[in-house]
Design a protein around this ligand. Structure first.
Ligand SMILES: Cc1cc2nc3c(=O)[nH]c(=O)nc-3n(C[C@H](O)[C@H](O)[C@H](O)COP(=O)(O)OP(=O)(O)OC[C@H]3O[C@@H](n4cnc5c(N)ncnc54)[C@H](O)[C@@H]3O)c2cc1C
Length: 801
């Protein structure tokens, strides 16, 4: 017995001491642990291509890296000051942007003109809409990222075609490339011309054979001598075929990506080659701009460009000779910020519009004797629209604040691009379901139908969404944001074996320590379901529920770090093929980012506008509950699909040792969130702030105000009907006759009815039935016409400022 006790004590002690010695004694550790690990690491990690390396080195990391660390420092989330517009930026939004919105008659653009109208082009030139990001020194506005985003968002809530037209020259195009990489001569010549709208730019990367895999482009440029201005000049002969290029049909200046080759060594023996970008005037001999594409009936200018034997001098290359072969890096670096600005702004603009329009409509539209928004079935999509638009706006504001503070978080820009465009598609779909036939019948009275049609555009461009989710977010996130992986990869690639082992060993030791810490932390916080997490600093305005959400986020970040590390260690390079596992890990990272953004949004709103923050509390709660539930779903889907059941069991036990408390919004929270869209108020205004309110939305708003004002009187009528004092179908004036209502109350009901009648009408087109051409609205019955209400097209339009 005593020998058994001795053995059972001695063996584990000896094993423990042995392990400690192996870990603590560096030569032993390298020989027995990190040396073999490095060999295996080299075997399983696929070699990195130059284009992958450029993508990985673009931009920087910020809150994404904090989440990845498993122990986020909350102070970093609060570092970027909240975005504020300067007086000049606000004046631009209130003046020229408002004016442009007024002339962007989206129905006629999409149905009749198939282009922006001339007054819109004139405003774009006069107010230098193509120079939002160009510094004042070059004749542009030099706006902040926040202001740039606000302009695109407001335009998108009026006309997607208008927004895309303004968006493209301001992002990922010639202006930004010149600002960052152009020679001083190129900047001095082109930037003022671009700002004034004298040049219309486009950027041509995509071709028929290279879409998502743009780096595989077959477009070639061969270095050669050619004739320019009567002299023999060193340059490049281009053969290109591009398609889907926005603004190409009317562009005067074309940014072109091509693969530069120098078979005769004319640039010198050691000169760089590879993907290169050039700015080519559209009238250069050999350039051919083809006929227009027609992207889903949203008629911004878009089309193919081709060129055969196009000779361009070397100084047309962006950055001149120094820019040769650096094109991919330039594109990845501009994408690191830009991808998170324009399309997310477009998505949020459409989401806000959908909330305002469909929410108001749901209160005004009655079926079965009640507003449809009061049915639980409709509350569900209404709450989802409101809560997810709140998430989108929070993420947009946070990302723009980070950019304005000098961050360039490339992984976060991919998260913004994917999640906001997907979420906006869902929000617009929900709006369509709520509107029923009112959303389906197109016409000037229906601003949501075209938004619905346009949704796939944002999904597809600037990195198609499936690719972005499955390949980029976690694929790049793991390497960029992981505290040690990049260092380990770099060590593995070092040519000097001894130095490589030194470097790898140092990183692996710190990696193991961090993993150990996260394992313990995730398990302990999991046992307390997040309650034991310490978060410092806390944030303003967090009620107990949001405070708990912040602590849960801290717990889930540790759990995420453990899941990411163990899956990476087990599956290593094969994770690149196992895209769906990578996508689910990316989802967890993204959802944790979005949840952090919601907390920060509420904190900022509490400081700036406490009343709106208090009114919007149900939205913040809904948004967090929804995100937490989705984190739970993504983790479970990951575990279910891991190739090793033991790993799934281990990860589940470490992450959720006491089960999961992560539930989505319940029906009561849905009810509270939906109610905010069904009545005028601070929360509805704050949620939809910054969009343009056209005539159609104006009608819904007016009807909503009237319906809300008439509510007390309607209660009285219902009570009288219940008591048998009034027949069910009594006119309001009967209620006045018997003293149930005052004349004003009856007037309020009548006015609400008039405006309701207007809102429920859809457009009808005589020319489609062989009658006269043109459009007309279905006639509003005479009794429904309110004396104070002007014809739809003549209504003053306004913004949700
Ligand atoms: C309206 C419009 C405007 C555009 N404007 C421009 C412009 O101005 N300039 C420009 O250069 N380009 C422009 N584009 C091109 C746009 O960026 C490409 O459409 C996009 O890169 C996708 O390429 P593709 O359409 O050929 O799709 P494909 O590459 O054929 O992809 C099809 C599907 O496969 C998925 N997929 C591809 N690879 C993977 C993978 N490894 N894993 C998972 N899924 C994958 C994609 O996500 C997508 O869902 C525009 C496109 C459109 C439609």
């Amino acid at each position: 017995m005593s020998s058994l006790i001795l053995v059972s004590t001695l063996v584990p002690t000896a094993l423990g001491a042995g392990c400690t010695a192996v870990i603590a004694i560096a030569p032993l550790r390298r020989r027995l642990l990190t040396g073999p690990l490095l060999k295996r690491f080299r075997r399983v990690m696929p070699p990195m291509s130059d284009t992958e390396r450029a993508a990985l080195e673009a931009g920087n990391t910020w809150w994404d890296a904090e989440i990845f660390s498993g122990r986020p420092r909350w102070g970093r989330l609060l570092e970027p000051p909240p975005g504020r517009l300067t007086p000049a930026e606000q004046a631009f939004l209130d003046g020229p942007v408002e004016a442009l919105c007024e002339v962007l008659d989206d129905w006629r653009i999409t149905h009749e003109w198939l282009d922006l109208p001339e007054p819109a082009w004139a405003l774009i030139r006069r107010h230098r809409f193509f120079g939002l990001i160009i510094p004042e020194a070059y004749g542009g506005h030099g706006f902040s990222h926040r202001a740039h985003g606000e302009v695109v968002m407001k335009l998108a809530s009026r006309s997607v075609a208008g927004a895309v037209t303004v968006m493209v020259p301001n992002s990922l195009g010639p202006a930004e490339l010149l600002l960052r990489y152009g020679t001083e001569r190129q900047r001095a010549y082109y930037l003022p011309r671009l700002a004034r709208g004298e040049e219309i730019p486009c950027f041509a990367l995509t071709g028929p054979k290279s879409g998502s895999d743009a780096a595989s482009m077959p477009d070639r440029g061969v270095v050669c001598y050619g004739e320019r201005d009567g002299a023999s000049t060193l340059g490049v002969r281009l053969d290109i075929e591009k398609r889907y290029i926005t603004l190409a049909p009317i562009a005067t200046l074309i940014g072109i990506a091509f693969r530069l080759e120098d078979p005769d060594g004319l640039l010198g023996a050691d000169a760089a080659t590879g993907i290169t970008l050039a700015l080519v005037p559209a009238d250069t001999p050999g350039i051919c701009r083809g006929s227009r594409h027609f992207p889903l009936g949203i008629p911004f200018q878009n089309g193919p460009i081709s060129g055969r034997d196009v000779f361009i001098p070397l100084d047309w290359i962006i950055g001149g000779r120094d820019g040769i072969g650096r094109g991919w890096r330039m594109l990845m670096e501009t994408l690191a910020g830009g991808r998170g600005i324009s399309l997310p702004a477009l998505a949020v603009g459409a989401g806000k519009l959908a909330c305002r329009f469909a929410g108001g409509y749901a209160r005004v539209r009655r079926q079965f004797g009640r507003p449809i928004g009061h049915f639980e079935g409709i509350e569900e999509p209404l709450a989802r629209m409101a809560g997810r638009t709140y998430q989108m706006d929070a993420a947009r504001c946070l990302f723009l604040a980070a950019l304005d503070a000098g961050e360039r978080p490339a992984v976060l820009s991919a998260i913004l691009k994917y999640h906001l465009t997907e979420t906006h598609r869902g929000v617009v779909d929900d709006a369509m379901d709520i509107l029923g036939g009112r959303g389906i019948c197109l016409g000037p009275a229906n601003p949501i139908g075209r938004a619905h049609q346009a949704a796939p555009l944002a999904i597809t461009v600037e990195g198609a969404n499936i690719l972005t989710r499955n390949l980029i977010i976690f694929g790049q996130g793991a390497v960029r944001c992981h505290p040690f992986l990049l260092e380990e990869l770099a060590a593995a690639e070092a040519p000097d074996r001894a130095a490589a082992l030194d470097r790898f060993d140092a990183a692996a030791v710190r990696h193991a320590a961090r993993l150990g810490g996260n394992l313990v932390r995730a398990f302990w916080l999991g046992l307390t379901r997040g309650r034991a997490a310490r978060v410092d600093p806390g944030m303003d305005g967090l009620d107990p529920e949001l405070g708990l959400a912040q602590r849960r986020l801290a717990w889930l970040a540790s759990a995420f770090a453990v899941n990411a590390d163990l899956v990476l260690m087990t599956l290593a390079g094969s994770l690149k093929r196992r895209e769906r596992l990578s996508a689910r890990l990316g989802d967890v990272l993204s959802l944790l980012f979005l949840a952090s953004a919601v907390l920060r949004h509420h904190h900022d709103q509490t400081r700036a506008d406490p009343a709106a923050a208090a009114a919007s509390l149900p939205l913040a709660r809904w948004a967090l509950a929804d995100l937490m539930q989705r984190v739970d779903g993504a983790l479970r889907a990951l575990w279910r699909n891991l190739p090793h059941p033991w790993l799934a069991l281990l990860l589940r036990a470490l992450s959720f040792p006491a089960g999961s408390p992560l539930r989505g919004p319940d029906d009561r929270l849905d009810h509270a969130a939906a109610a905010l869209l069904l009545a005028p108020g601070a929360a509805r205004d704050a949620l939809t702030r910054g969009i343009y309110l056209g005539a159609a939305v104006g009608r819904v708003d007016a009807a909503l105000d009237a319906a809300t004002a008439a509510e007390p009187a309607e209660h009285k009528v219902r009570a009288a009907v219940r008591d048998g004092r009034l027949p069910r179908d009594a006119e309001p004036r009967h209620a006045v006759d018997i003293g149930v209502l005052s004349a004003e109350e009856a007037g309020a009901i009548a006015r609400a009815e008039v405006l309701r009648e207007e809102v429920i009408q859809v457009d009808a087109f005589a020319h489609l039935t062989g009658g006269r051409t043109g459009t007309e609205r279905a006639p509003v019955p005479d009794r429904a016409r309110a004396p104070s209400h002007t014809a739809p097209g003549a209504e003053p339009e306004r913004s949700a400022a």
